[in-house]
Write a new protein. Sequence first.
Lengths: 366, 513
Amino acid sequence: MTTSEAGTSHGDRQDLPGTEERVPAVRRNRLRALVDIPEFGVVAACVLVFVIVTIIQPRFADEANLQVIGLDLSNYGILALGVGIVILTSGIDLSPGAIVALASMVSAYLNVNYNVPVGLCVVISIAIGIVIGYLHGWFITRLDVPPFAITLVTLTAAAGAALALTSGQPISGVSFFYQTLTLSKVGGVPLPVIIFLVVAISAWILLERTHIGRQIYAVGGNREAARLAGIPVSRRLMLTYIISGACAGLVGVLVIGRIGVGDPSVGSGWELDAIAGAVIGGVSLYGGEGRVVGMVAGILLLMLINNALIVLNVSPFFQQVALGLVLGVAIVADRIRARSRGQSRPRGIPVFGAQGSKPAKTTPAS
Amino acid sequence: MTESAASHVSQGNAAGVSLRRVSKTYGLATVLQVDELTFRGGEVTGLVGENGAGKSTLLGILAGTVTPDPGGEVLINGEPVHPGSPGASQAAGVAMVSQEFPLVGQLTVAENLTLGMRPEGARGFFYDRKAVVATARGMLARVQLDIDPRAPVSSLSIPARQLLEVAKALGREPRLLILDEPTSALGPVEADRVIGIAREHAANGGAVIFVGHRLEEVREAADRVVVLRNGRLVADMAAAEATDDRLIREMVGREHLATVTADHSGLARPAPVFAADELTAPGLGPVSLSVSQGEVLGVAGLMGSGRSRLLHTLFGAIPRTGGAMTLAGSGYTPRSTGDAVAAGVALVPEDRKQQSILASAPVRWNVTLATLRRISRSGFLFPKTERQLAKEYAGRTGARFASIEQPIGSLSGGNQQRVIFGKWFAAEPKLLLLDEPTRGVDVGAKAEIYGLIDEARARGMAVIVASSELEELFRLSDQIVVLRHGRIGRVLTKDQFSKEQVLLTASGVKEIP
């Protein structure tokens, strides 16, 4: 049972407070345990934002608006899960937004000009993401290119390629099936939201219930320790970039149905929201820490706030400011919580280039 | 032994650096206790002692990185220095060249040399590149290092970096120049140069401390040699009197005199479980060795002799360049650490924090890290199975923790190490490689880790243990190989174990017949 009750058994019974006073103590312990869950803050913030905004503007909770939030959530959420898994390895992926643009343009282009069926377009779109992710992983593990740099290359090049395909013109006349994919509902829930949930559950299973997922955490938490435990570090890194690319390819298909055309400028900047969502959800940029629950809650919070600001008629300029502040608060809160638990992350960016130089500590003589 | 610490006459206010009643205690262990020790200006003082004798602590106190116990004094030219402050020590004229190279890899040679100082002739507020390069050239010339001051430090070889460190220290015109094993990374030519620099600095009136493992070098560099043992100053003699035999006897203590007896290498041993034949890797070998089931092979050698390198090569963490290995009767050619683990080889690395643990992850994760594939069924982990295994294997090593969900980083060093042993016991290896298995654990935990190693042996694992603590090797090993410059200098059987034998081979003095 709880510690407070265990303490009473050999305590002086006369001095004990009455039962009605002991219950709150137990409850406080439960509350503490709840607060100690890393994702508690962000989940609570989601609930809080939802309730408060609904009170101010009931339209926020209308079915139509919830569906808008759901569609946004599915796009950004799938990206956030992919990027989040990359960040777990202490890497970063800046390319998802650009992959969304490229994949959706190629997909629409093939569909309109060569009558490639939508089903095949979906496969091709995801394949584009996988290939790009594989290339990222290859450069990062074989040539030791920093993830930031190589995915920045893709961010620029893929976004450019999307524009170059049609000289910047949108592709209209895409098959109706795109719309069906995005706008149909299952039991009132938009299909993309269900796809998002499937992706989230798969990510959860991967990270929490497979040996590969655990190895991904290990690679992010302490790469050298992972290597010396026999974990194939390069293969695991590679996999995370492939997953992130595939997620972006999938979103590339979903956005076509939403806007009705292949738009080369779609996805621009989405990677930053995805990264922000993962970080708000408690994924540590140092790697090795963070869970799917947090990633989902983090991106949901962003979407709720984003939508709330629109519903509340806040100027679009202030929307950006508000989102920035949320990210700031989340990061600071995470550091404060880590510090209060007595953990610090002293691991900085490795500065010294030499691999052979081991930090020979001078341990006191014993 | 004609002179001792107590009889050493202090120079009072004379130029130099003095320690008075300086001690350092960690918990219950006193690692250093020196009543009176002066490093005189115009003199090179050699400082020798075994690992753990207190050299690093002594140097740390001088450099201000270690705070001594209250009551002691460090005097520089008669003036007391604020203890435990690197800034105060530097300002008072102490410059230390350490075994690590705290250089900024991306910056150029010139930038590193002038880091934190204002180059001569620099004008105004702005960074004066020309003045920086010119100053750097002057500093490099003093150590006769012929490199481009504009080259990035990361492009330099290890010996060049070591010399660069010396140049950096010299450029601060120190009153006391501390050279902490300055030659361990150097070839003979560069080593001679460093010795020359030390002598020159003393000739100009500076005080120099020269710490070395290679006794010949210490003798050559120093005017006088002081010996530390168990944190105490046990001898202080002129360099001319410091013969190898005498130094080693002082370092080791008189009770460990040579007990060389007949060679028992002809004795029957069980067939080896693991054998390496002419194994080579960068900086290693050729090395040939073998271990049998239930046998412990010790690996001794000085810092930089290739102990860790050997173990990492056996584990597939450093690619081997030649030679062959066999494990349990079949060929063993690890191309990755994963191959090694799959073949039944385990490594407990030297640096627990950097190389072993996932500090913020729970104990459970750390126990199952190396066996994840085995405990999962078609790729899936089952929490219940994992918890059971984690509890079982962590428990078997006697590790103490509140819950297996507790972050391993919150445990003591000894308990962390036990968890790491549990991780590898779970993998049931045939060959267990241990690199400094008791580094950074307290005395009690040490004994328990020895117990674990005995258990590993009892379970039929072959064990190779590398350690810088000779007592540890003597306690654990059936045989000891002594490494020197990446090669096996000598193989000692149990009846030949003595510190003198090991040190003489390791420091390359001569073979004792």
